[in-house]
Ligand binder design. Structure first.
Ligand SMILES: Cc1cc2nc3c(=O)[nH]c(=O)nc-3n(C[C@H](O)[C@H](O)[C@H](O)COP(=O)(O)O)c2cc1C
Length: 176
């Protein structure tokens, strides 16, 4: 039994080490994407970066019923690029995992701002979305605005309460 435990721990350390060059970057408004991003960073032992809007959103601004809201503006102006705080140098990472909610049937514009700020040539990019619909479209959008040399995996939807093993199996299948 002890030997099995040691073996399992070694496997875990080995697998974690494999993903040490991974960055998990996320934007979240109500916390679902944040929960998923933390799970992903934990299972991969990866660095975590939060895309924090320079001008934070309020509930009224993301009210989908209000046609004059900031949400409505961004949905109607896909080229708008809300700023985020700070910056990150992605040069030391081979893989970037992007975690975000689906907004206005795409990804939030701020994720485009983020992706456009990175040099992604030759890097693998794994988009993971929370939300119910239009997940694939959200990934295609990010691919479109990223450096042409980025190697994009199709976007996949996960619930924020996904099991560690499930997320690990998926990431292993797309990152390796
Ligand atoms: C402004 C806004 C727009 C949204 N648009 C969509 C959408 O088009 N499709 C969808 O499936 N969910 C949509 N949702 C729901 C979110 O994707 C979902 O609630 C997600 O879990 C929220 O993630 P978060 O907690 O990380 O912010 C939208 C939510 C907000 C606030």
């Amino acid at each position: 039994m002890k030997k099995i435990l040691v073996l399992l721990s070694l496997c875990f350390i080995l697998i974690s080490g494999l993903y040490a060059d991974t960055l998990v970057a996320y934007f979240s408004y109500t916390g679902e994407a944040q929960e998923l991003a933390i799970t992903v960073a934990d299972v991969l032992d990866a660095d975590l970066f939060q895309v924090v809007p320079s001008l934070s959103y309020t509930d009224e601004e993301v009210n989908r019923k209000n046609k004059d809201s900031r949400y409505a503006f961004e949905a109607g102006h896909p080229g708008s690029r809300p700023a985020f705080d700070g910056s990150i140098d992605a040069s030391s990472y081979d893989t970037i995992v992007l975690v975000y909610p689906v907004w206005y049937r795409r990804c939030p514009n701020i994720m485009c701002t983020f992706v456009e700020s990175l040099h992604l040539d030759g890097k693998k990019v794994v988009p993971l979305a929370v939300g119910k619909h239009w997940v694939k479209r959200s990934g295609k959008r990010l691919k479109k605005v990223a450096d042409k040399g980025a190697i994009f995996v199709k976007a996949k939807r996960f619930n924020s309460d996904v099991l560690d093993q499930e997320i690990m199996d998926y990431l292993k299948s797309v990152i390796d």
